[in-house]
Design a protein around this ligand. Structure first.
Ligand SMILES: C[S@@+](CC[C@H](N)C(=O)[O-])C[C@H]1O[C@@H](n2cnc3c(N)ncnc32)[C@H](O)[C@@H]1O
Length: 223
């Protein structure tokens, strides 16, 4: 069972919607359960459905994901993609890479999902592919750089989706924990810049842990 945190919803509304969002297949339920037991953060069900919706709307040839973890969102993206489209997904942890590879094999999606082991911050500086959809779900402190790199390889009219922009509501509170406070400060500044970024049309939704959506404008100078 996935972590039943209502996020920014009341318990009642969360439970009501979660009935619509509960996956019906055993593999996704097994991954959710594995993630919960092993404290591996994965996308909320509602966020995953929104991501699938965007995949359907964009119908992209290729999608990029930064932060595979154990391939929960990767499998959901790949299953929604058109037949000949592919997902590139980057994961820095060897352990997660290996778990993700196993789950992708169990899903029978080895031909559709290209898992790359490495640091996206380094890899994306020389990346060759461009995308109509990029999903960023990695270390919050690196979001400014991931976003900067992602925008460079995003086609005009392409969409970036970013998770955790409200970080359990921490962006609205002070923390006594020095390390957390540093991450909160980075995230708060990132959100300000993200919303003011004139290269995109952007918004932050209180879905899951806070989802940022950016649509790249056709021209840099356009308002
Ligand atoms: C929140 S999890 C991703 C969850 C996954 N997208 C899902 O919903 O199923 C974040 C992952 O990003 C990986 N990560 C963090 N920094 C990274 C980087 N610079 N490059 C690649 N992966 C990174 C972490 O190891 C972790 O597995």
């Amino acid at each position: 069972m996935i972590n039943k945190t209502p996020g920014f919803l009341s318990e009642d509304i969360f439970n009501y919607l979660d009935k619509f969002d509960t996956p019906t297949d055993d593999l996704l339920l097994a991954i959710e359960s594995f993630a919960l037991q092993n404290r591996i953060p994965i996308l909320s069900r509602q966020s995953a459905k929104l991501l699938e919706f965007l995949v359907s709307v964009q119908s992209p040839d290729r999608v990029l994901e930064i932060g595979t973890a154990i391939a929960y969102s990767a499998i959901r993206i790949a299953r929604t993609l058109p037949e000949d489209s592919k997902l590139d997904t980057i994961e820095i942890s060897k352990n997660n890479y290996s778990l993700a590879s196993d789950f992708v094999k169990r899903a029978g999606l080895q031909d559709k999902i290209n898992i790359v082991l490495g640091n996206a911050l380094e890899l994306l500086t020389t990346w060759k592919n461009t995308y109509n959809l990029i999903f960023i779900d990695a270390d919050k402190r690196d979001y400014p750089l991931h976003y900067h790199n992602a925008k460079k390889i995003l086609n005009p009219g392409g969409i970036i989706l970013i998770d955790n922009l409200l970080w359990k509501g921490r962006v609205t509170r002070d923390s006594q924990d020095v390390e957390k406070e540093k991450s909160i400060a980075i995230l708060k500044q990132f959100n300000e810049d993200f919303i003011k970024d004139r290269e995109v049309q952007s918004l932050i939704l209180p879905v899951g842990d806070g989802l940022g959506l950016a649509l790249k404008k056709e021209s840099k100078n356009e308002d």
